[in-house]
Design a binder for this molecule. Structure first.
Ligand code: NAD
Length: 344
């Protein structure tokens, strides 16, 4: 079985080759991202394996279908880059719902601690034998209020880490989890009362730009905003204005709304054409990592294994438990009868 593997990085290749050895799947690794211009590379393949910034809109899906592709195997959790509804009746789509929520939750906390304890500045200072502490004062997390938006796998893990730090946890979720020991409030209350806000909900039409100039206006002065979810949850221009006006105390961004042509690549020595990102990076209280939160050995291994299980499960049994539902966009068990329990 041939699979076109788009947007390949060295670490992907290593983890997939290790797990694929006995799977009967032959991956053709391409550095290009999937788009209408590169879809042709999957000619002769049963499926494609894609990541967060591959383009999989209606036109690409039609082209893949025309080429005989049967399966789109996402090697990530989020699937906002795939037109799931358009694929219905043509191509099956799987994703990797959970590979290590701890990887992302721990990265969110790592960014928060780095930012508020000025570790990024101290690291550079001491490397130059500058042992001055001026300007490095931070604040305690103990006793502070963190607002967690989205209490699924990652939000839950992050809330638990925060509780370990002695923080008060407020949470907002469209579908609250009654078993989770946090105080659910409205998004409005969370925004008004939090010292730190961390985003862990998916990107969709309800959540696009959920942090914009209006919400920033309502936040406490000095708010710390963490985004390890999807860039477009935040209006980046509004964030920049909030930082320039000193309303926002710090921003920790692992994702950025216009990241697709920039993140994961080496642009050192180049001039970046994105003024908003350049200005954000230039701010002393902004930390940017390049969509790195998932990148642990455990997560890479789980991503490769689950992706291969999804593919083999489908070709052997006709379904995979991680197939997306083409109507409601959820994974397995969304309610209806039938094996994969999808509502279509
Ligand atoms: P999940 O599906 O387990 O949890 C998402 C939660 O968001 C659910 O509880 C859901 O009810 C809630 N939600 C849905 N719509 C909402 C809304 N409008 N407002 C508030 N809450 C809403 O997903 P997860 O595994 O916790 O992942 C969360 C997000 O993290 C993913 O969507 C993905 O975009 C992102 N992610 C980022 C990385 C990274 O490397 N930076 C890696 C994996 C996932």
């Amino acid at each position: 079985m041939n699979f076109a593997f788009y947007d390949t990085k060295q670490y992907d290749r290593e983890s997939f080759e290790k797990v694929a050895e006995k799977s009967g799947i032959s991956f053709k690794f391409f550095e290009d991202k999937l788009s209408i211009d590169t879809a042709e590379l999957s000619r002769g393949c049963e499926g494609v394996c894609i990541f967060v910034n591959d383009v999989c809109d209606a036109a690409v899906i039609d082209k893949l279908y025309e080429l005989g592709v049967k399966v789109i195997a996402l090697r990530c959790a989020g699937y906002n880059n795939v037109d799931v509804h358009h694929a219905f009746g043509k191509i099956h789509i799987f994703h990797v719902p959970a590979y290590s929520p701890y990887a992302i939750a721990e990265h969110a906390m790592a960014m928060l601690l780095t930012s508020i304890r000025r570790i990024h500045k101290a690291y550079i200072r001491t490397r130059e034998f500058n042992f001055s502490l001026n300007g490095l004062a931070g604040f305690d997390l103990h006793g502070k209020t963190v607002g967690v938006v989205g209490t699924g796998r990652i939000g839950k893990a992050f809330a638990n880490i925060c509780r370990g730090f002695g923080m008060n946890v407020l949470a907002y979720d469209k579908f609250p989890d009654s078993e989770l020991d946090v105080k659910y409030v409205s998004l409005f209350e969370l925004i008004e009362n939090s010292d730190i806000i961390s985003l862990h909900c998916p990107l969709n039409k309800d959540t696009y730009h959920m942090i914009d100039s209006d919400t920033i206006e309502k936040m406490k002065k000095g708010i710390v905003i963490i985004n390890t979810s999807r860039g477009a949850l935040i209006d980046a221009q509004a964030l920049l204005e909030g930082i320039k006006s000193r309303k926002i105390g710090a921003a920790c961004l692992d994702v950025y709304e216009e990241e697709s042509d920039i993140f994961f690549e080496d642009f050192s020595g180049h001039i970046i054409d994105d003024d908003t990102l350049s200005l954000l990076i230039s701010m002393p209280n902004v930390i940017v990592t390049s969509h790195q939160a998932f990148l642990t050995n455990e997560a890479l291994q789980n991503i490769a294994q689950t992706t291969i299980d999804n593919i083999n499960g489908f070709f052997e049994n006709g379904y995979s438990k991680n197939e997306l539902c083409y109507r409601c966009g959820k994974t397995a068990d969304c309610g209806a009868n039938g094996k994969p329990k999808k509502c279509f």
